[in-house]
Design a protein around this ligand. Structure first.
Ligand code: AMP
Length: 274
């Protein structure tokens, strides 16, 4: 696996792939089997595969602890190599945001609600860094986890609106045996909280099964179940899968999105209805 830390190294690595198509997996490191599944999906598509590791300051709010974000480059590189990655792209902050840079990308539509409302500026940071990564790496395909459903829709909207020459490929959420979606945040759960955390996917699965017959009361029951289990629910919503607009009744392509806190750890999950 090649490792590039400068734009010159990235260009040289890219040139060494010749005419092969290139898939990009953007990450913030602290890699786990969920990230590896994205790399494996890119490998399965047949072209060369690049993964970026960049903890993007622009997508953290003032009250979100950027310095607490877990970093372990050596372990990450081993995981990328294991998954079949050809190139690790590890830009520093000055490479991503050189002095004098003055352009950000602001997506409205699917970025307005849910995470966008809870974390002002978050999707501006995501869209900006993803646009910059696309400009640097110039991938043919880019792989994103359905775990962050809204993020996939925001990136897809940006790609459509700006006619960017890249195809966004969503990859299903990888879960632990008890159903909890893998996340770099799970390490901050105490052993008791970790056991309890599996209630979130269980409750979502039940709600998604009951929604077609019962409608919104199934969502009220889910909220109650989460609160009784000790979660603080930031949002639990039935939405259109692409626009992220709230729905009053399920229809084909609807999705339940949830953000809920256990102690200091904020868990995100989502599932298809029906
Ligand atoms: P992050 O490093 O957390 O920004 O995530 C990088 C990419 O990995 C994003 O596209 C995430 O949606 C994806 N990802 C994170 N966790 C999972 C998971 N459990 N299953 C599938 N994809 C994931």
């Amino acid at each position: 696996m090649l490792v590039a830390r400068t734009l010159d190294e990235l260009r040289a690595a890219r040139a060494s792939f010749g005419g092969r198509t290139l898939g990009l997996v953007p990450t913030m490191g602290a890699l786990h089997a969920g990230h590896q599944a994205l790399v494996q999906a890119a490998v399965a598509a047949g072209g060369a595969v690049a993964a970026s590791i960049f903890v993007n300051p622009l997508q953290f709010g003032p009250n979100e602890d950027l310095s607490r974000y877990p970093r372990d480059e050596a372990a990450d590189l081993v995981k990328l190599q294991e998954a079949g990655c050809d190139l690790a792209w590890l830009p520093d902050v000055a490479t991503m945001y050189p002095p004098g840079n003055a352009t950000t990308v602001e997506v409205a539509g699917p970025a307005l609600h849910w995470e966008g409302a809870q974390r002002p500026g978050h999707f501006r940071g995501v869209a900006t860094v993803v646009a910059r990564l696309f400009g640097q790496v110039r991938p043919d395909h880019a792989y994103f986890g359905e775990k962050d459903w809204q993020q996939v829709q925001v990136v897809a909207r940006m790609v459509t609106d700006l006619l960017l020459p890249v195809q966004v490929v969503p990859v299903p959420t990888v879960r632990d045996d008890d159903g909890l979606a893998l996340s770099s945040r799970n390490r901050f759960l105490s052993p008791e909280e970790r056991l309890l955390a599996a209630v979130l996917p269980t409750v979502l699965r039940t709600a998604c099964a009951r929604l077609p017959a019962e409608g919104l009361p199934a969502l009220d029951a889910a909220r109650q179940a989460l609160e009784q289990a000790g979660f603080t629910v930031d949002y639990l919503a039935l939405v259109d899968a692409a626009s992220l607009e709230t729905l009053t009744e399920p229809r084909p392509g609807s999705r339940v999105l949830a953000a809920a806190r256990l102690g200091t750890v904020r868990l995100l999950d989502n599932m298809a209805v029906g």
